[in-house]
Design a protein. Structure first.
Length: 138
């Protein structure tokens, strides 16, 4: 069972994929698209699912610290709904509070350059989101 993890931003989509046994998450790539043109990542993910035999999807669900849903959380909900209109596999929203901040902090402590951090933060955030989901299933 392969599970796809996504970290959706306004211009980027971090992508991670589990191993076939759904134990480990591995960062795949960061897909870039014009700001708020979500039809492009929807098309991309639809093809990705077909080419990689994905059985489920986990989308990062940004919540405010008080648990309420902000504007980016609503974007994730809308993206999930649009994705469910195109595919038949389950799509879950997964709380991602502080994921990107944590990834950035780890990269800074590892002395990763600002340019390199910008290139990989979304892919790593997707990996953390997916791994968190996978770990919760044990």
């Amino acid at each position: 069972m392969r599970i796809l993890g996504l970290d959706l931003g306004s211009k980027t989509l971090g992508i991670a994929l589990s191993d076939p046994s759904a134990i480990l998450a591995c960062g795949v790539e960061t897909y870039q698209f014009p700001e708020n043109k979500f039809s492009l990542p929807l098309d991309y993910i639809t093809h990705f699912i077909d080419n990689n035999k994905v059985d489920a999807i986990v989308i990062g669900y940004p919540k405010n610290m008080d648990g309420s849903i902000g504007s980016q959380g609503h974007v994730s909900e809308d993206f999930r709904s649009a994705l469910l209109e195109r595919i038949t596999i389950p799509v879950f929203l997964w709380d991602e509070r502080l994921t990107s901040r944590m990834v950035n902090r780890v990269m800074i402590s590892a002395d990763v350059s600002r340019k390199k951090r910008k290139e990989i933060v979304d892919r790593l955030a997707a990996t953390v989101i997916l791994q968190s989901y996978l770990d919760s299933r044990k």
